[in-house]
Write a protein that binds this ligand. Sequence first.
Ligand code: ZN
Length: 252
Amino acid sequence: MSLPQNYKTAGSRREFLASWLGAAVFWKPRNRRKLAGVDFERIRAGAGSRRYLLIHGNEETARQVLTEHMKKASGTAWLAAGHARNAPFLAGELDPNRMFSRDGAERNLRALNPAWSEAHLLNGLLILDRTRRQLTSALRPGAGDVLIAVHNNRDYSVNDELAASNATALNDRDNPHEFCLCTDEGDFQLLSKGPYNVVLQNRPGGAEDGSMSRYAVRAGFRYANLEVAMGKAEKQRAMLEWLDRTLPAPRR
Ligand SMILES: [Zn+2]
């Protein structure tokens, strides 16, 4: 299959040449963006309104699978440019999947940066309040479409999400590390007919943790989170293709 015409990746020859020539000071790579203090690589593939996300930089299986997937998908992918789970933030660190609410960000910054003063913490929260929208508008899919996030796990599994879910379909019980968490009931109905584990969280209870799934419910867009054990690229590839195929495009 041929690549969409405007398929681009940060590893392009142009970017390589620019850095080799030492022109980086004057030349801003088109496919790198700082959003709410976190560096992202953007892959645009066609004019599709679908969005894709790799938010934890150390989840390299998911990064590889999503990068490959964008050669045939239509939409825009945002991939954390760093290779650690947490992003560097104000001489400390931040889990980027805990910054979608002030409460979640505060809990996360306190936990990760115990040596910070209250003033330092407050400054961090104010910066996030001012810049969070950069990230949420980049990740928001076009009207009626879906944001698909890819993650890898080691210990975490679907069993950790059962209590918080409004509906579950454990169609692949022997592989609890592989599952999809979605926030739209219609999407759940479609996905639950497939061969994989699926949970629906459209009315999440408990403490607000600042994660994307809760943000998507509040903001009113469809979200699907694909979890696969680290290293299982083949399975993640198959599940990402299944998700993209099964989730309907917006009705026009
Ligand atoms: Zn993750």
